[in-house]
Design a protein around this ligand. Sequence first.
Ligand SMILES: [Zn+2]
Length: 405
Amino acid sequence: MNRITWRGLQLLILIAMAPMPALAQSDQPTARAPRREFEGPIAVSDVKPHIEHLASKELRGRSHAEGRKAGEYVRKHFEAAGLKPLFGDGQSFFQEIPARNPQTQERYIAGRNVGGVIHGTDAELRNEYIILSAHYDHLGVRGGKIYRGADDNASGVSMLLSVAKHFHNTKHQPKRSIVFLGFDMEEKMLWGSRWFVAHPPWPIGNVKFFLTADMIGRSLGNLPLPTVFVMGSEHSPLVKLALDDVGSPKGLEAARLGIDLIGPVPRSDYGPFRAKKIPFLFFSTGEHPDYHTPNDLPERIDHEKVARISSLIARLSKQLGSQSEAPVWTDELKPHIDEAKALNKICSLLMKANDDEEYKLTDLQKVVISQAVLKTKRIITRGKMSANERKELISVAQVLLLSVF
Ligand SMILES: [Zn+2]
């Protein structure tokens, strides 16, 4: 994940503190079929070896020469999963990202995106693309310390490689083409994904859906939360429906939040795609004290959670890859009840932490927080939230951020 603004970071902390109801919950008060739970198909044994290798001491934080090694590792596994090379007219898995030395004006290759594709089976739909992605670079060695980046973002890459292998093993033949992309240089202002969007192998409008997973192996504040935050579905009703349809792996809570809750500055590779109004989802389990420190270690990863998130993404991409209609972008945002539930949960947790003397809230904070609990409870009971109520919730969230976190 890309560290851009402290405020954005705080927002993510707030949001990521919320364990939330599963994604099949609707913003409509009408009764729905009970949310579907499923197991697998991706297991700990699929994701764990990738995380351990990519975040090993040997790969020294995946920058410079070791960044190239990490890219090579991704390519090797794409190839083993039967993906076809995405770049150079189907001849290369690599997309080189050129740069110029500001002093000498010499050109050099600053990084490489890695891409593979499963071509769709439908004569027409195969020209529509579903992109699954994760950045594979990290911060390298700084001040003599290796920043191993197990959560950021060996976890996301392990999802990418496991889902590719799963498609291969089940001989799943989607109607649309499924693209697997390992971005380089995310940690450098999203340079890899920006380069890709500026130099795609086909018109960028052919991309019907973009998904990125960045930091999916931990839990914010190290709280024991079974939650992954799924952001961006508000921009596409069909993506929202597909999430409802797919359900959730056992033991995982997928909580939908509006991407605007983490601020206008993109926090990961969804940024350049969002700017093109391509329907997208951003999966993240949120930030934690080891974020961008040498302590982001493989032994601290919740592999079970990574496997469950990967399973969810595998199912979702199969569905979006083969359903008749492609997602389309909408600017018209409808408030989602999940957000009220999130804030309710955060405020309730904070009150509990105060009662348990883990947090010391001031009297003023107690008033704001207890009011927020009541307000969100009313919204949840009603089953609907108005645009004005959402604005209010955002301001409550910001008051909390400024005074609590
Ligand atoms: Zn990062």
